[in-house]
Design a protein around this ligand. Sequence first.
Ligand code: DC
Length: 228
Amino acid sequence: MQKSWVITIDGPAGSGKSTVAQMLAARLGAVFLDTGAMYRAVTAAAMERGADLDDAQSLQEVMETTEFHFEHKGPLLRALVDGRDFTDRIRDPEVTEKVRHVAGQPLLRERLVQMQRDFAARFPKVVAEGRDQGTVVFPQAQWKFFLEADVAERARRRQKDLAAAGRQITQKELESQILSRDNSDRHRQVGPLAAAADAIHIDSTSISAQQVVEKMLQIIHGEKHGGN
Ligand code: DC
């Protein structure tokens, strides 16, 4: 492997990207870049301000008048908004529900893409996770992965995470939330959820995060070429 590189992992909500990206970064001594955390931080800041999330101008104003800072902290990306720690708050279901407003704004995306590149430039080895990392943000990445899983399995994983956080929500409702998020992620005009032409697809429906990571490591170390 070269001394400095970027690995991208894209895929839909609930495909296991974050877990896999964190584990892969730890195995390779790399920094994990959670780009969803950036979209979430802008959303949480806009909500706190009471900005009109449907209004591009209003969101733009939040972006311009708020200081966003992202720090690499262990396996997490720490999100600071005007110096305050928003790392937990950005995971609130209300933020998850509203984040598509920010994700759909081309000018905001431009700023966040720049922040992602600036962040990555500070570290020699980066595992970047999101929706457009292999297509838009790091088209020259050394390895690109696209992680998928069927919707029932993604809802089941999400239900488990939520139950651990004391929230009960039905499988059916979660499936419908996931499908609606997929729909807005895949169909937005800029930076849609998409696999790069040279991405390696991995389906995680019936394998563990650990097994996905092992597959990726085999590919990275040249023992296996693509596919499942
Ligand atoms: O991965 P996540 O659930 O934390 O991402 C939250 C939202 O942010 C997701 O619904 C779409 C958006 N997002 C994006 O548009 N582009 C990225 N690179 C990462 C996330």
